[in-house]
Design a protein around this ligand. Structure first.
Ligand code: FES
Length: 148
């Protein structure tokens, strides 16, 4: 097996692990905001629930349905934004969007961890909307929060 396919296998395992054992799936009782977001190409939808206090995301959960890519991405996103400032979370969303577009992104400022397993999605353009669903919800919620 080439090292490239080894990496593909590892990435697939990371994605399936988040899909089967999603982190932060469920209702957040003391949420300060929630955002519904649907993927128009398939109709799947998730609701992201955040607790934002003093410009910091102290908790994040999600509910909803989707494919393995969308739900694993939601799991990873809610994991990384917890305890981050709103600005850091928005910067992470920008990094993730660049990753999905196959553009250069800063991989040093944050420990992206499992998120890098989603890099392979760039090879399947139809799935990019699946991967970005939860991130778009987070950006929308935080943008609206900042406008208030
Ligand atoms: Fe619906 Fe991926 S197929 S979110």
């Amino acid at each position: 097996m080439s090292s490239h396919s080894n990496l593909d296998t590892l990435y697939r395992q990371v994605i399936m692990d988040h899909y089967k054992n999603p982190r932060n799936r469920g209702e957040l009782e003391d949420q300060t905001l929630h955002v519904n977001m649907n993927n128009p190409t398939c109709g799947d939808r998730i609701q992201l629930q955040l607790k934002v206090e003093d410009d910091k995301i102290s908790d994040a959960r999600f509910v909803g349905e989707g494919c393995s890519i969308s739900l694993s991405s939601a799991s990873m996103m809610t994991e990384i934004v917890k305890e981050k400032s709103v600005d850091d979370a928005l910067e992470l969303a920008d990094i993730f969007s660049k990753m999905m577009l196959g553009q250069e992104y800063d991989d040093e400022k944050y420990d992206l961890g499992d998120i890098e397993a989603l890099q392979g999605v760039t090879k399947f353009p139809a799935r990019i909307k699946c991967a970005t669903l939860a991130w778009k919800a987070m950006e929308k919620g935080l943008d609206e929060e900042e406008d208030n």
